[in-house]
Design a protein around this ligand. Structure first.
Ligand SMILES: [Fe+2]
Ligand SMILES: [Fe+2]
Length: 189
C-alpha cells in the first residue's frame, strides 16, 4: 500500500487531540517536505512519515512506550516498513541507525521545527524577519523552550551536512507559509 498524506493526517488526528501536538506534526511535515523537494525525494512519503513521527505521543507519553509501541499500530494500519523504521529512528533512546536521507532529515527537522515554532510564538510578527542569528542566540538561552534538546538540534544540522545557519533558515522558510496553521501571526498586525 502506498500511504497518502490524507491517510496519515487521519491516523494522526484519530490518536492525537492536542492542538500543540498536531501543530508540531505540521511543522515537522513542512520542514521535511522542503528537504524532500530540494533533493528530488518522495515528498508525499516523507510528509507521511513526518506527520506520523509522534502520532502515538498522546497515548504513549513516556519513552518506555513512545515511539516503539506505536509501531505495531502503524503496521496494523498498513503503513510500509520504510515509514515505520524512519518513525522509530527519530527517538534518541532507541539508538537506531539513521542510514537513509529520510531518517536523517526527520531527525534534523524534529527538534529544530519545534524550536523555530517557539521563537515565532513569542514574536509579534511571528516568523517574518526571523533570522538565523536570533534563533541561534535563543538556542543558547537554556530557559527558552527548555524542552527542546539543543544537542539534537546541533547534531541534526551536522547529520545533514549543513551549517546550522542554513538549516535554521530552511526551517524558518518552510514554516512561513503555514504560519496560520501553526497559530502564528503571518503578517504584522
Ligand atoms: Fe517523538
Ligand atoms: Fe517530534
Amino acid at each position: 500500500m502506498r500511504p497518502t498524506r490524507a491517510q496519515a493526517w487521519e491516523t494522526l488526528t484519530r490518536y492525537t487531540q492536542s492542538e500543540s501536538l498536531r501543530r508540531h506534526a505540521l511543522a515537522v511535515e513542512a520542514s521535511t517536505r522542503l528537504y524532500a523537494r530540494r533533493q528530488g525525494e518522495d515528498e508525499e512519503l516523507w510528509a507521511v512519515t513526518a506527520l506520523l513521527h509522534d502520532f502515538d505521543y498522546e497515548i504513549h507519553p513516556t519513552l518506555d512506550k513512545h515511539p516503539q509501541d506505536g509501531a505495531p499500530i502503524l503496521r496494523e494500519e498498513g503503513y510500509p516498513e520504510e515509514v515505520i523504521t524512519a518513525v522509530l529512528s527519530h527517538a534518541e533512546h532507541l539508538a537506531l541507525p539513521r542510514d537513509t536521507p529520510l531518517k536523517r532529515t526527520l531527525f534534523a527537522c524534529d527538534e529544530l521545527s519545534g524550536f523555530v515554532h517557539a521563537c515565532g510564538l513569542v514574536r509579534p510578527t511571528g516568523l517574518e524577519g526571523l533570522e538565523s542569528k536570533s534563533v541561534k542566540k535563543k538556542l543558547k538561552q537554556p530557559s527558552f523552550a527548555a524542552g527542546v534538546h539543543r544537542d539534537e538540534v546541533y547534531a541534526g544540522a551536522e547529520l545533514l551536512g549543513l551549517e546550522l545557519d542554513e538549516h535554521i533558515a530552511n526551517v524558518v522558510a518552510s514554516l512561513q507559509p503555514i504560519a496560520p496553521e501553526l497559530g502564528l501571526r503571518s503578517s504584522p498586525a
